[in-house]
Design a protein around this ligand. Structure first.
Ligand SMILES: Nc1ncnc2c1ncn2[C@@H]1O[C@H](COP(=O)(O)OP(=O)(O)O)[C@@H](O)[C@H]1O
Ligand SMILES: [Mg+2]
Length: 379
C-alpha cells in the first residue's frame, strides 16, 4: 500500500446554502460529506443522482446514511479552490475566455443530446414540481410571500402600494406597459394548476452557476429527474443574467464565500437605474434603466440560447411562440426565489419593471436576456 493510499485527512466544515459540507480524504480518495437536515430532500437527492447517472457527468455517490437529525451523503470530491471549480468562476472574468466558450459548447451539447433522447410530453403531475408547480400552488411560495401583502412599489422612490400599480402606465425605457400585480399572481396560479401536458426531459433541474462544476459536471440533485424543458431554460437564463451576478451575491453573500471574485463583479451585473418619474395626475411612472451584464455572462446566455434553446425549440415547438412559452416560468423565477418585499427598494423596482416586461405583449427573450447589445439610452 502506498503512503498516499493510506492517507486520511479531515478538512474544515463549510456551509453552502442550507447544508453542511465536510471534506475528507479517505485512503487517498477525496470525498465530500454532505449533511442535510431535510430527510425528504435527501431522498430526492439520492434518487435524482441515480437518475442522472449514465446521462450527465456526476461525481460518484459512494454512500449515504440516515443519522439522527438528517442525512449524510458521501460524494467523490471534485477539484476546487477559492474562485475555482464552478461555472461561476468562468463568469467572473473581465473578458470572454476560450475556456468559457468551450465550457458552453460542452454544456449545451450534453443538454441537447440528453434532452432530445429523453423528451416526452408529460402531465404536470409526472414532472419535478418543486420550483414551479409547488411554488404556485395554494400554500406554496407565491402564497407565503404575497397573499394579502401590499408593500410599496419602491419605498421613497415610487410610494404606491403594489396592488395599485395597475392604475398607472409603467413606461420602461420609453415603452408603455400595463402591469397588474393581482392579475399576474392570479394568472400564474391558474397556469400551474392546469392539467395540460408539458414537454419534459431528464435534467438536473436547477442549473445555476454554482450547481454546474468546471470541469463540466452536475452537482445538487434534489430537483433532478423529469423536468419541464421550459422551466430548465428559464432557470438557467435567469440565473446567468440576474441571480448569479447581481441578486445572490447581494442577498446571500455566504453562498459565494469560496468565490469572492463574484463580489468584485456585482457592479458590472447590476442594472443601472437612471431616472424614475411619477406623474400622479397623468397616472404614469417613467423608469429609465440599462440592464447591465458583463461580457462573459452575455456570452454564456447567448451560447445557451443559440446552441440549446433555439435548436430544441425548433424541434419541439416549431410553430410556438417562445416568449409566450417561457413567460410563466420566468415570471415564477422573478417572483418566487426572493420575496420582493424583502429586497431594497431599487432592486424591487428593477425586478418589477423586468416582470412587467416579461408579462407585457412585446416581451422578446433574446433582447430581454441581453444576448443582443442592450439599446443605449441617450445621455
Ligand atoms: N462533489 C463535489 N465536489 C466538489 N465540490 C462540491 C461537490 N458537491 C458540492 N460541492 C460544492 O458545494 C456547493 C454546494 O453543493 P450543493 O450540493 O449544490 O449544495 P446545496 O444543496 O446546499 O446547494 C457547490 O456549489 C460546490 O461548490
Ligand atoms: Mg446547490
Amino acid at each position: 500500500m502506498t503512503a498516499d493510499r493510506r492517507r486520511w485527512r479531515i478538512g474544515a466544515i463549510r456551509r453552502a446554502t442550507r447544508n453542511l459540507f465536510l471534506p475528507l480524504d479517505a485512503n487517498g480518495h477525496p470525498l465530500l460529506i454532505k449533511y442535510t437536515r431535510d430527510r425528504e430532500e435527501a431522498r430526492q437527492e439520492i434518487r435524482g443522482h441515480a437518475r442522472l447517472l449514465g446521462h450527465y457527468r456526476v461525481p460518484a455517490l459512494h454512500a449515504h446514511l440516515r443519522v439522527p437529525r438528517g442525512h449524510l451523503l458521501a460524494y467523490e470530491r471534485l477539484p476546487s479552490a477559492p474562485d475555482r471549480g464552478l461555472l461561476l468562476d468562468l463568469l467572473n472574468t473581465e473578458t470572454v475566455t476560450a475556456e468559457l466558450q468551450q465550457y458552453m459548447d460542452d454544456l449545451t451539447t450534453a443538454y441537447r443530446n440528453v434532452i432530445l433522447e429523453t423528451a416526452q410530453e408529460a402531465p404536470p403531475t409526472d414532472v419535478v414540481r418543486k420550483l414551479y408547480w409547488d411554488r404556485a400552488a395554494a400554500g406554496g411560495r407565491l402564497d407565503t410571500y404575497y397573499r394579502g401583502a401590499n408593500f410599496p412599489v419602491a419605498d421613497g422612490i415610487v410610494d404606491l402600494p403594489i396592488t395599485r400599480l395597475a392604475e398607472y402606465v409603467l413606461v420602461a425605457n420609453g415603452q408603455p406597459l400595463v402591469f397588474g400585480w393581482t392579475a399576474t399572481l392570479r394568472r400564474l396560479r391558474a397556469h400551474f394548476q392546469g392539467a395540460k401536458s408539458v414537454w419534459a426531459a431528464l435534467t438536473q433541474g436547477d442549473p445555476t452557476d454554482v450547481n454546474l462544476a468546471h470541469p463540466l459536471a452536475w452537482l445538487d440533485y434534489d430537483t433532478a429527474g423529469l423536468n419541464s424543458i421550459l422551466g430548465e431554460f428559464a432557470n438557467f437564463l435567469w440565473y446567468i443574467t440576474a441571480l448569479g451576478g447581481w441578486l445572490v451575491p447581494t442577498y446571500n453573500r455566504a453562498a459565494f464565500a469560496d468565490h469572492p471574485a463574484t463580489f468584485a463583479h456585482v457592479e458590472a451585473n447590476w442594472p443601472r437605474l437612471h431616472r424614475v418619474y411619477v406623474n400622479h395626475s397623468a397616472r404614469t411612472i417613467h423608469v429609465d434603466y440599462t440592464p447591465q451584464l458583463c461580457a462573459p455572462r452575455r456570452a454564456a446566455a447567448a451560447a445557451y440560447w443559440n446552441l440549446l434553446v433555439q435548436p430544441i425549440a425548433d424541434k419541439l415547438w416549431p410553430d410556438g411562440n417562445l416568449a409566450e412559452l417561457l413567460r410563466p416560468y420566468l415570471a415564477m423565477r422573478i417572483l418566487a426565489v426572493y420575496n420582493l418585499a424583502d429586497l431594497a427598494p431599487v432592486d424591487r423596482l428593477l425586478l418589477l419593471v423586468r416582470l412587467a416586461e416579461v408579462t407585457g405583449p412585446t416581451f422578446d427573450p433574446v433582447t430581454f436576456f441581453t444576448t443582443e447589445e442592450a439599446p443605449c439610452l441617450a445621455p
